[in-house]
Design a protein around this ligand. Sequence first.
Ligand code: ADP
Length: 398
Amino acid sequence: MERDQRRLIINYAGPEGVYRRISLGSVLEGAVLPDAVRHKIVVVGVTAQGAGDRLFTPLSSGIGMSGIEIHANVARTLLDRAFLIPMGLPAEMAGCVLIAAACVLGIAGLRGVRLLLLLAVVGAAVPAASALALSGGRIWPMGSFLAVFLVAGGVAGMGEYAAVTIALRQSERKRRDYAFRVQAIAHEIKTPLTAIQGSSELISDGTVSDGERAAVAGLIYKESKRLTGILHAFLDVERMASGSLAIEKKPVSLHAVCDEVLERARLYSARKRIRIEAEVDDTSVPADAELLSFAVYNLLTNAVKYSPKDTVIRLGMSEDARSVSVWVADHGYGIAPSEQERIFDRFYRMRRDDKGDEEGSGVGLALVREIVTQHGGRILVDSQPGAGSRFTIVLPKV
Ligand code: ADP
């Protein structure tokens, strides 16, 4: 041990009663038998508190130690070879890393009370372990360990704060999203509901003639169907987003799907005298026919809604070894690059169209993207403001 050339650290923490005190008076009175001191080292000196021969040791804690006790400690440490041995730099580093790792793992894996509990345990273990080590003659660097613990604990606190803040923001965003949805549903439902109310009032107060009654009833029927459609669309978005709408993929004839959709879309586009040109090969693709036709119909009706009158829309397809693509191209108002990602968000409408004549809820494209994603495919948009847009659905062949 001496070869280490390290400092000699005296252990002043001798347990109580290590040094037996025998007063000079009792020796002079002959009350001490020779056996009491035989084979023992006797240190003679003054131990009285006010004697002035007192010094502080690292463990004195405010009460000085008498000079002879200090000498006794020095002698005992040397003779027993009970020097205090410092932990050493490598072990100190390892200890710091261990404490930091415990805190980091705690931050990563635990939250709230559990994290606090872990930090409390580590915080209490550092001084406890140091005290235990000291009683075994080892000096542990409690200062370094506590510093590492405090830094790691601080980081843990900040991490916890950040996690709570993020969770709070997320829940706030969800709440706003929900409120927005409720508003959007209310807004969407309001129009057909007003039409139904107005028309039924006309019938009930006898304002309409017998001849007109059938037409008004037809309007009520149409609007109530629209209402159902809106509700279905909303429910489908929710169910699809939560993953509870199962997709049934079967080989579907793309030609047949597009034919059926075109028929409906042409009725819709007639009001703006928009022509839809289509060229679709008879390719089969594994898909849910109903959802696929919903997606293509949505792209076509959007193209109609966001194009000026008397323009042309084209519906086409292409395929390669692994995928089939269906695209809808229009010569409409187009979409600015900054908006091209956002139009797929639920309830997102471009400001231009929110104020325009075309009714909408901002749900359609979110639904289309959800459908395409559930099929393992993707949707692309290529658009230039003022020049038109092209939406492409890419579906895998298997
Ligand atoms: P909605 O049509 O009900 O508003 P969508 O989700 O279908 O909702 O579309 C979101 C927004 O994207 C629309 O409000 C519109 O601003 C824009 N958009 C969609 N399709 C086109 C298109 N073909 N041309 C220009 N803008 C479009």
